[in-house]
Design a protein around this ligand. Structure first.
Ligand SMILES: [Zn+2]
Length: 115
């Protein structure tokens, strides 16, 4: 391989150039290591966008879905199977509350309250 900085030939898989000391771009297994460093998504109750306890919004955050869809599915499950309410209560107890004051990345800023 060739150093990204000084273009001199260096050993394959080197992390640093031994001519100029420049860190070499990551590749292969090193790239997987960077992915591990990414913040892990945690399943938490949403404290910003909640109707009852934030379980639906938390799940929506986790699965990258619209919280309204989750609520609709949950409501239908509760109405037709009766298991939705129980599942909601279980998750309410089981899930830790998410961080407060952190805006959802996918949410559109809401209009300021005028009334
Ligand atoms: Zn170099």
């Amino acid at each position: 391989m060739v150093c990204a900085n000084c273009q001199k030939q260096i050993a394959e898989g080197s992390n640093f150039c031994y001519n100029c000391g420049t860190k070499q771009p990551v590749s292969g297994t090193a790239a997987a290591y960077t992915a591990d460093c990414a913040p892990k998504k945690r399943l938490v109750r949403s404290t910003n966008d909640k109707k009852i306890a934030g379980v639906a919004a938390g799940l929506a955050d986790y699965f990258d879905l619209d919280p309204t869809i989750i609520r609709l599915v949950w409501l239908l499950a509760a109405l037709f199977a009766g298991t939705g309410v129980l599942a909601y209560i279980i998750l309410w107890i089981a899930l830790p509350p998410g961080p407060t004051g952190v805006a959802r990345t996918s949410s559109v800023p809401s209009a300021p309250v005028t009334s």
